[in-house]
Design a protein around this ligand. Structure first.
Ligand code: AMP
Length: 302
């Protein structure tokens, strides 16, 4: 059974201290599905405009990604431009042009409707809800990403979808904003009352923290010599995390911990080069080697 992702497919213009690339293929659903496809089959639902060429679609080709749910609409593809400082957590959005995304109504193709693992990337919570309404039966695992804009401007809609979410994946500022609580553990307790049973706090170069109802687990970010472009790190983390879980027979506590490591592995590849350049070229061997590297990085005896 494949993993369903619904979210943005975009053109990104990216500026970092290491250079600039214009209109490269990006978007949350793109990073997510490329990362997840190393672990499982992925069904992608999103929208692009008439300017998205066959060549642009090449990022999905030759992988276990079914793009029959990628709608082509009249108009231009979603466009995002961002700039990073020397601190990779320091990101400024320069432009967001919604274009075809502004009228997007996700249509889940019939054969994706029985998906048991679902990732709702950062989009309008009303659209996230409409995705779940099209799913037949009860999914095993629904994970969701959101952002400050939706937390502030559509709190009731966000609360409605959170009631149906198992795993919430957001950053630390979003966690504090959603829970109205600075302390992350106390914030997690507030968030559990909203629906999710697991909160994953993405902390950029400080790694990721998983707060589960029964335990807390942390993974550092891999210290890297080359961090050229942090774009897509969070979504690649999500892809590694959900892709690994979807490949497992059951969602046990041990599987959740390993998923945190595979998420961190995919995030670490994403940032090494601009856009999808590195993530597209990794092999299963690279992934396994890096997972072992994480194990060594955090191993100690008492
Ligand atoms: P990340 O760095 O993982 O948080 O995600 C970066 C990706 O998110 C980029 O490729 C953008 O195209 C996409 N993106 C940026 N802003 C938005 C937005 N408001 N809605 C959906 N996707 C977005």
């Amino acid at each position: 059974m494949s993993l369903l992702v619904v979210g943005s497919v975009a053109f990104d213009t990216l500026e970092t201290p290491f250079g600039k690339v214009e209109r490269t293929v990006g978007g949350a659903a793109t990073y997510f599905s490329v990362a997840a496809s190393y672990f499982t089959h992925v069904s992608l639902v999103g929208v692009v405009g008439e300017d998205f060429t066959r060549q642009d679609e090449g990022v999905f080709k030759g992988r276990r990604i079914d793009i029959s749910g990628l709608e082509r609409a009249e108009g231009k593809t979603f466009f995002w431009a961002g700039r990073y400082g020397i601190d990779p957590n320091d990101r400024v959005t320069l432009t967001t042009e919604l274009n075809v995304f502004s009228t997007f109504q996700p249509q889940i193709p019939d054969r994706f409707r029985k998906s048991r693992h679902i990732f709702l990337a950062n989009i309008d919570p009303t659209l996230q809800r409409s995705v779940l309404e099209q799913i037949e039966g009860k999914p095993h695992l629904v994970a969701l990403d959101t952002m400050n804009y939706w937390i502030e401007s559509t709190p009731a809609e966000l609360r409605a979808i959170l009631r149906r979410t198992h795993i919430l994946m957001i950053n630390d500022a979003e966690t504090r904003m959603l829970a109205n609580e600075h302390n992350l553990l106390r914030a997690a307790r507030h968030i559990f009352k909203m629906g999710p049973t697991t909160l994953i706090i993405k902390r950029g170069e400080h790694g990721a923290l998983m707060v589960h109802k029964d335990f807390v687990f942390a993974v550092p970010a891999l210290p890297l010599e080359e961090v050229h472009d942090p774009t897509g790190a969070g979504d690649s983390f999500g892809g590694g995390f959900m892709g690994y879980l979807a490949s497992q027979p059951r969602v046990t506590d041990a599987a959740l911990r390993r998923a945190m490591v595979y998420g961190s592995v995919m995030g670490s590849f994403a940032v090494e080069r601009f856009g999808l350049d590195r993530l597209r070229r990794v092999t299963r061997k690279d992934i396994n080697a890096r997972a072992r590297h994480f194990a060594k990085l955090t191993q100690f005896e008492l």
